[in-house]
Design a binder for this molecule. Structure first.
Ligand SMILES: Cc1cc2nc3c(=O)[nH]c(=O)nc-3n(C[C@H](O)[C@H](O)[C@H](O)COP(=O)(O)O)c2cc1C
Length: 219
């Protein structure tokens, strides 16, 4: 059975009675999954809400364990790498990865960065070989599709926009996802949340339409 890995990263929930307090990026994620599943019943969804269940930060012990040859690792190292191994397996098994992300301080939420830090593993996610010269790192996985759904409070973060140079959210994620084996990357987002005006309403509606169109195209 094919698999979608659905990762949410907003710290906001979706069940608050005041509608405007609810996470927009998580709502986009659900909208995508509903559209996708109505077309592709054969997919299994694996879901993680990193906002509500944050990954551990990597540590000195984590790095020591990750760089130790597998056959030399003991119980202590296995324990330190348990979360990393679990997250990695979920990525390795996924055909489609859906990441939803708010813009926090012009970049990704810390919980999402912590998730990437847990997954990027020498010998598992990438290989490192100085024989390759100045670009010694290569991904191990391949053939995956990634959909990134975002929400931001300000606007103009897209190509040619007034804040394009301040967008450290999607370019960073796009760069990292190469190491998750992603060769098809799609991005949809809404802007203007902080203005709460017609531009925001229009931006959210457009993002939802773009999600439906994307599912038609790749689903
Ligand atoms: C801690 C925090 C930092 C934020 N930083 C930015 C920012 O740098 N740029 C921006 O355009 N919006 C920023 N925002 C606004 C969010 O991107 C916006 O509220 C978005 O809708 C949050 O996603 P969510 O609705 O899925 O929770 C920030 C919001 C929070 C809570």
């Amino acid at each position: 059975m094919k698999k979608i890995l659905h990762i949410d990263s907003s710290v906001r929930r979706t069940d608050q009675t005041t509608e405007s307090y609810n996470s927009i990026s998580k709502a986009f994620g659900r909208y995508f999954i509903d559209s996708w599943m109505s077309k592709n019943h054969q997919y299994k969804v694996i879901y993680r809400d990193l906002g509500l269940n944050p990954p551990e930060f990597i540590s000195q012990e984590w790095i020591a364990a990750a760089f130790m040859p597998e056959q030399q690792r003991g119980e202590k190292q296995a324990l330190v790498l348990a979360q990393s191994d679990l997250y990695f397996e979920e990525v390795a098994q996924a055909d489609v990865i859906l990441i939803t992300a708010p813009m926090y301080n012009y970049g990704m939420p810390a919980v999402l960065k912590a998730w990437f830090d847990q997954i990027m593993r020498v010998g598992k996610t990438f290989t490192f070989d100085l024989a390759r010269g100045d670009f010694p790192i290569e991904p191990v996985l391949s053939g995956k599709t990634l959909v990134l759904l975002t929400s931001s409070g300000e606007f103009g973060f897209g190509a040619g926009g007034v804040r394009e140079h301040m967008n450290h959210l999607s370019p960073h994620i796009k760069e990292l996802t190469k190491y998750l084996g992603v060769d098809q990357f799609y991005e949809i987002g809404s802007e203007y949340q902080e203005f709460a005006d017609d531009r925001h309403t229009a931006s959210v509606e457009k993002a939802k339409q773009d999600i439906v169109d994307l599912v038609k195209q790749i689903g």
